[in-house]
Design a protein around this ligand. Structure first.
Ligand SMILES: [Zn+2]
Length: 322
């Protein structure tokens, strides 16, 4: 995956200069590329060649086959990472690395470690064997004990730029597709979200359906609110996404009304649906946006799902009829 080149070059330089820390905290939002970067860093540490990772030495080969005994990774399976899991890994650390200069332990979602697990890890961080490198990935380092944090080098992962995300999509799927503007905008700098959307036809089909609903709801005439509600009901576990799609529609409508420039649209592949409602007064578009925000806030504070959505649909419909 592309992105985070600066971080990777800094880590590469540390390996080159033999200036690797015993422990790192990779901190940033979910899906932003922390694990991917940790795995790349580990591949550098595993290789002993001058041009690393060479990909052909014994250590590189074993790493690629996920069977290098000098590498361990913890992936959170249950609600938390238990002390047993940490102890299992730590047990083996007294044995020197077999194929590499380093032993690398990645603990993904380290903020899910129980207190006992953190305490067990802390002991190893206090007096680590010289060949150990820990990489902890977290959403927020505040969730990890200060005693652990103070022993780790902290590396911040920011959201990527829209151009970076676009490049990542291109490197994964080749030629640019019309709905990528939407995907990039929705992903908001998180590569994992962009890839999830691009890979799942369901998300994009749902977007079509929701845009169709929104655009016909706003257009004058009769609209069957109950039929529309059905889409929300069927997708109630993705309601954040659905509401976001609606907000982006109205965002585009405002932009288009203001500028008449279709190149500024996020839903640039759905120009027709936007242009069709260009006659809707500004104040009405704003009312629609308010209605979506109200629904979202209501749902966040556990309002009745059906009521919140139906009120929103009604308000959007009425915006054009008042
Ligand atoms: Zn190698």
């Amino acid at each position: 995956m592309l992105g985070h080149q600066r971080i990777l070059s800094a880590l590469r330089a540390a390996v080159q200069k033999d200036n690797v820390s015993h422990a790192y905290i990779f901190e940033g939002p979910d899906g932003v590329g922390k694990r991917d970067t940790a795995l790349k860093f580990a591949s550098m540490l595993m290789c002993g060649e001058e041009q690393f990772p060479c990909g052909v030495c014994k250590s590189c080969q074993l790493y690629k086959e996920a069977s290098n005994p000098d590498f361990h990774e913890i992936i959170q399976k249950d609600k938390s990472i238990s002390v047993e899991e940490i102890r299992n890994i730590l047990k083996g650390l007294v044995i020197r690395p077999l194929y590499s200069k380093y032993k690398v332990i990645i603990i993904n979602d380290a903020d899910a470690m129980t207190i006992q697990a953190q305490n067990a890890l802390l002991k190893s961080l206090e007096e680590p064997p010289p060949y150990i490198v820990f990489i902890l990935t977290v959403q927020s380092s505040a969730a990890v004990a200060q005693t652990i944090r103070s022993r780790c080098q902290r590396i911040l992962f920011n959201r990527l730029s829209h151009e970076d995300i676009m490049e990542i999509l291109e490197s994964n799927y080749g030629l640019r597709k019309p709905d990528w503007e939407f995907i990039v905008s929705y992903a908001d700098g998180v590569a994992g979200t962009a890839l999830e959307l691009a890979e799942s036809s369901h998300y994009l089909e749902l977007r079509e359906e929701v845009l169709e609903i929104t655009s016909s709801l706003v257009a004058a005439g009769d609209a069957d609110l109950f039929k529309f509600y059905d889409t929300f009901e069927r997708n109630n576990d993705r309601v954040d996404y659905v509401l976001h799609v609606i907000l982006l529609y109205f965002r585009d409508l405002l932009i288009y009304k203001e500028t008449g420039d279709t190149s500024l649209l996020i839903n640039s592949d759905k120009k027709d649906m936007i242009i069709r409602n260009v006659g809707l007064p500004f104040s009405h578009v704003l009312k629609c946006i308010q209605a979506v925000w109200d629904a979202r806030r209501g749902l966040d504070s556990n309002a009745n799902f059906q009521l919140a959505i139906e009120v929103m649909l009604m308000k959007i419909k009425q915006a054009n009829n008042t």
